[in-house]
Design a protein around this ligand. Structure first.
Ligand SMILES: COc1ccc2nc(C(=O)O)sc2c1
Length: 252
């Protein structure tokens, strides 16, 4: 997967050089290209923003600069991926549709993502309109809070998507057992996890996990996932369709 990120703070993405994402890049599974938005300005101050039409607080990012940057990055990617290749454009914004595990799985199927994190009050809305005419352009939010800019959201999304790519996680089952993963764990939070020692400061590991009885362990884990979800995210349990709850679940 190719990932292009255009930002006025490309240094913000240094964390993508370490840990899982760093290894995925070294192994060629993830091909990340960072771009400084100000490289596409033409004034001495490298201006990327201006006052909002209609008045109001803050500044809006200029469409001309973003347009030149996105065009150039697409051309650059096409040199590597073919003359007709197009990325999926992802613009983080508090007003976007929720970024969920389902969206992460969808993005993990894309060969090329282009992230456009904004600062200030956001990017002139004509940019998404312009590119939405010829490629898939999404406005997404990672949560119901407002960040100082889209860069942190891009870091979150690149990690959530990157870890789903084949070969990135050592144990493929880890993805299947994720909270929110499709299948048996869909809409359920992961339950508690334990490792050695069996007793730590008087806290014992639940006996069932030491039993070696895989059926009982699987049942216990499901019960704990359901219990935790009911306690912390009751609205997710409502999403569990009738098939998602088995006869044992009703007693949790
Ligand atoms: C100005 O650009 C921003 C500002 C806040 C913000 N918050 C996001 C979120 O997903 O919560 S994306 C995003 C982009």
């Amino acid at each position: 997967m190719r990932v292009d990120i255009i930002s006025i703070f490309p240094e913000y993405f240094a964390p993508l050089d370490v840990s899982l994402m760093g290894k995925a890049r070294e192994r060629g599974i993830l091909d990340i290209h960072l771009h400084q938005l100000r490289d596409w300005t033409h004034d001495v101050h490298k201006t990327v923003d201006d006052t909002p039409y209609g008045g109001g607080p803050g500044m809006v990012m200029k469409p001309e600069v973003w347009g030149e940057a996105v065009d150039a990055v697409i051309e650059g990617g096409r040199a590597a991926r073919g003359a007709d290749a197009l990325p999926r454009l992802v613009v983080p914004t508090p007003s976007g549709r929720p970024f969920t595990q389902e969206v992460a799985l969808e993005y993990a199927e894309e060969p090329w993502l282009l992230f456009a994190p904004a600062r200030y009050e956001g990017i002139d809305s004509r940019v998404v309109a312009e590119y939405g005419e010829r490629l898939r352009a999404d406005e997404v939010s990672i949560g119901d809070y407002v960040l100082a800019g889209g860069e942190a959201a891009v870091l979150v999304m690149v990690e959530a998507v990157g870890r789903l790519l084949p070969g990135v996680l050592g144990n493929a089952r880890s993805v299947a057992d994720d909270s929110f993963a499709p299948g048996a764990m869909a809409n359920l939070l992961e339950g508690p996890v334990y490792t050695k020692p069996p007793v730590w400061r008087g806290h014992e590991v639940p006996e069932v996990l030491l039993s070696g009885h895989h059926g009982r362990i699987a049942r216990w884990r499901r019960d704990e996932a359901l219990r935790r979800t009911l306690d912390r995210r009751p609205e997710l349990v409502a999403r569990l369709d009738r098939d998602g709850l088995d006869k044992h679940d009703r007693r949790v």
